[in-house]
Design a binder for this molecule. Structure first.
Ligand SMILES: [Zn+2]
Length: 275
């Protein structure tokens, strides 16, 4: 079911991790950001769109993680985009014959058969430095940064007052750092939060990749909450953060937090830096 969150901007939420697909109305059709997870959900979205006389004219994946790279044949064959970095990573992953099998292993068994991987990751990279998604509709500014995943992008739809945050600024997920290919994941994350703070001035609606939609009052509150978590992680402190506490939406989040602490400690040992 599509729910309008701003003029011409609608959300379709998946059962899996409260994933949000975003539909933006343009002149000749819609832009679809991070389409969803389960096949029947994306088929339902495709039906809702065609029932309202809309076709998908462009797609966008906010980052190279499987749950943001899916597609369904019913959504048509519009060009699908990501940042150059995102598309580069996906190209390498797709050339690895074991990638889809590994993904199938990460998907909860109760929905694994519901996740169609055949059209996974068929995206085109926009040249580095591309400021806006090329399409005929409200301008969608690409705010690329290095946090959570390489080539991660938040999208700002200024005319609609909407910030699509990808996997940042969630009320249910703690900041999940990219601990693999980067020299300073903590500083990268803090820099990305500063970048979002810089573009979020006039935002009325915040759409995280997972979790609930935030109003104007939530934008800075969530930036502050994410920054406080990252500081606690950096200082190996105990975050007072409801997303990992006893009332957390996802009970596995405490384990993810413990793992991030451990990986960061291992990195600083290897780097020989004290503390
Ligand atoms: Zn995600």
């Amino acid at each position: 079911m599509l729910r309008q969150v701003a003029e011409g901007v609608l959300i379709h939420q998946s059962e899996f991790c409260q994933s949000n697909a975003v539909v933006v109305h343009g002149r000749a059709g819609v832009l679809l950001i991070d389409p969803g997870v389960q096949g029947h959900e994306m088929a339902c979205l495709a039906n809702d769109l065609s029932d309202s006389g809309q076709t998908v004219v462009a797609g966008f994946s906010t980052h190279p993680h499987w749950d943001h790279l899916l597609w369904h044949a019913g959504l048509g064959a519009a060009p699908r985009y990501g940042t150059a970095r995102c598309a580069g990573i996906v190209r390498v992953l797709l050339s690895d014959a074991g990638w889809k099998a590994r993904i199938a292993g990460w998907i909860p068994p109760d929905i694994a058969e519901q996740v169609p991987l055949d059209l996974l990751g068929l995206i085109t990279g926009l040249p580095a430095g591309t400021a806006r998604i090329p399409w005929d509709g409200p301008q969608v500014r690409i705010a690329g940064h290095q946090a959570h995943a390489p080539g991660h992008a938040a999208l700002l739809i200024e005319e609609r007052g909407v910030l699509v945050a990808g996997d940042m600024l969630s009320d249910v997920l703690i900041p999940l750092l990219d601990l693999n290919g980067t020299a300073d994941p903590i500083e990268d994350y803090l820099a990305a939060l500063r970048l979002l703070e810089g573009v979020a001035g006039d935002v009325d609606v915040l759409v995280p990749g997972h979790g609930s939609i935030g109003g104007a009052d939530q934008v800075h509150a969530r930036i502050d909450q994410d920054r406080a978590y990252v500081h606690a992680l950096r200082d190996a402190g105990v975050p007072s953060d409801p997303r990992v506490g006893p009332s957390a939406t996802f009970d596995w989040m405490a384990g993810v937090h413990a793992q991030q602490l451990q990986r960061l400690a291992q990195r600083s040992e290897r780097g020989g830096t004290p503390g």
